[in-house]
Design a protein around this ligand. Structure first.
Ligand code: ADE
Length: 244
């Protein structure tokens, strides 16, 4: 999968992504990341990319022309039209489901804004998705774009070496992940739950699901409600019958 990032700070995204699992994925050719500097596409002698907003108000806005020309420099090289994702706190919230959807693409163009945003006309013309990483405001779209690259890349087959791990992640089944333990069996006087040492896989699975449910109910009640709608609790009578 190829990520193309439109940004005023190419070195920030390239350095930030060139570590650990993503660096390995780039080396292995499973993903590639290029950063295109929007400032390289200005047409004024001071290389300015921002200007005042019509109608007044605080702050500067990124102008349409350099954003458009930077996008064009990528789009004209691609065989098929690619999705263009604008990172903005005014977008739809990015979730694991969005990551799964993006992971199906061959090319993904991520557009990072700065200042007070970008002239709406260029957004209307080139952007296919507007995505927020949460209900808070950052100084620019670079960190959000890096988060999207990370979340999408780890879903691409072969990027994580343990192929099982995305399936057991938090959110993959609509619940938060259960607690996990490693050696030693007692640490600071705290014991690993006995059931995990029992070797009874069915019991372990049952325990993990119960932990996931309880965690989700307490920490993310809205996710719990959604899960319960899809999976109504089994009555004790039915459960007894099932187990017979
Ligand atoms: N740019 C600034 N804040 C953002 C956010 N919360 N999500 C996506 N892009 C942003």
């Amino acid at each position: 999968m190829r990520f193309h990032i439109l940004t005023l700070f190419p070195e920030m995204v390239l350095q930030g992504l060139n570590t650990s699992i993503l660096a390995r994925a780039m080396k292995n050719g499973q993903i590639s990341v290029e950063a295109v500097n929007i400032r390289d596409y200005t047409q004024n002698k001071h290389n300015r990319v921002d200007d005042y907003t019509y109608g007044g108000g605080a702050g500067m806005l990124m102008q349409a022309q350099p954003v458009y020309d930077a996008w064009k420099s990528i789009a004209q090289r691609l065989e098929k039209p690619a999705r263009v994702v604008y990172m903005t706190p005014a977008g739809s919230v990015f979730t694991q489901k969005t990551a799964q959807e993006f992971a199906k693409e061959e090319d993904l163009i991520l557009l990072c804004g700065h200042y007070e945003g970008i002239d709406e006309r260029v957004l209307d013309e080139i952007v296919t998705d507007q995505v927020s990483i949460g209900d808070f405001v950052l100084t620019g779209g670079e960190l959000p774009a890096m988060m999207v690259v990370d979340a999408v890349s780890r879903l691409i087959p072969g990027v994580l070496h343990n192929e099982d791990s995305p399936e057991t992640d938090s959110f993959m089944n609509g619940l938060l992940e259960y607690p996990q333990y490693s050696r030693p069996p007692v640490w600071h006087g705290r014991e690993v739950p006995q059931i995990l040492l029992s070797g009874d896989h069915a019991k372990v699975d049952q325990w993990r699901l119960a932990q996931s449910l309880e965690r989700t109910r307490i920490r993310r009640p809205e996710l719990y409600e959604a899960y319960r709608k899809e999976h109504p609790p089994v009555s004790p009578k039915k459960r007894r019958k099932r187990e017979q």
